[in-house]
Design a protein around this ligand. Structure first.
Ligand SMILES: C[S@@+](CC[C@H](N)C(=O)[O-])C[C@H]1O[C@@H](n2cnc3c(N)ncnc32)[C@H](O)[C@@H]1O
Length: 269
């Protein structure tokens, strides 16, 4: 799909669009996210569960790199699990599981590593998930939580159109009942629930660290997703202006834009 204009997505295009977006995230971030996992015990695990695995691109790539570890991806959406099925291998399987389903028979205790990448801040009750895992899991277990940290969302020099982008993200979060500053809330939540050995790292996800063409494409795709999912019309003038700003002003280097990212590690022993 062309992103050179602000054409909104038709329903049947959404899955392909989201899939391409998740793939771009993996392309941009695999190395750093993989390094984080490796520095925090991935090699000590034998069975790793990716919760909210999406189309499975990230976890399937991990499975390729670590043939001695068994990986399972779970997601509540049938379409995601179908995409994962194209990537299954000897050490990667996928299953449709909703973390909030009361009748799920899924056995979490078979795993000793849990990845939640762009997941925990996309659900409206992250505490419930962390509590559930704490009660069900064998010890020791390791957790890697990777997500966007919108509190680090910045533009230099400031520009009113960037403020519109921030507002679009906040409005979307409030529509799906997610706290837009959720990245900051995970640490106190893990502490409150008794998770141990917590490590927090912040990495810039910005025009200074990522190729400008890739970051601007990523930002435009984010804007299109948020605008579409917030129910804005195809001709929404604010969305058009944000996309113009990214495409012209950010891409040309006039503005440095940063989308923060937070990486957390924790253990239960
Ligand atoms: C932003 S995507 C992240 C995909 C993937 N982890 C990645 O890094 O590319 C969030 C995923 O969480 C899934 N999800 C949301 N709520 C869920 C739930 N209650 N149980 C299982 N999966 C859920 C969504 O279907 C979606 O695929």
């Amino acid at each position: 799909m062309s992103l050179s204009n602000t054409k909104m997505l038709k329903m049947n295009e959404l899955d392909t669009f989201v899939e391409n977006h998740l793939n771009l995230q993996v392309k941009i971030s695999y190395r750093e996210h993989h390094d984080f996992l490796l520095r925090h015990g991935l090699n000590e695990c034998s069975h790793v569960l990716d919760i909210g695995c999406g189309n499975g691109t990230f976890v399937a790539r991990l499975a390729q790199d670590y043939s001695e570890i068994q990986f399972v991806g779970i997601d509540k959406r049938k379409q995601c699990v179908e995409s994962c099925q194209k990537l299954v291998s000897e050490n990667f399987q996928a299953q449709q599981v909703d973390m909030f389903s009361r009748d799920s028979q899924f056995d979490f205790s078979q795993f000793d590593g849990f990845l939640m990448r762009y997941f925990l801040l996309h659900v409206d009750n992250s505490q419930k998930i962390l509590e559930h895992l704490k009660n069900k899991l064998k010890r020791p277990s390791r957790f890697w939580i990777i997500d966007l940290d919108w509190s680090q969302f910045k533009c230099e020099p400031p520009h009113p159109t960037f403020d519109l982008l921030t507002k679009l993200v906040k409005d979307f979060c409030s529509k799906i009942s997610v706290h837009s500053m959720g990245g900051q809330n995970v640490l106190p939540l893990l502490q409150k629930l008794g998770y141990q050995n917590i490590v927090v790292e912040h990495i810039p996800f910005s025009t200074q660290t990522i190729a400008r063409d890739e970051l601007t494409l990523y930002l435009k795709q984010e804007v299109i997703c948020y605008s579409y999912m917030s129910g804005k019309s195809e001709n929404d003038s604010e969305t058009a202006e944000i996309i113009r700003f990214i495409d012209e002003d950010v891409r040309s280097g006039k503005f440095q834009v940063s989308y923060g990212m937070v990486l957390l590690f924790a253990e239960l022993s």
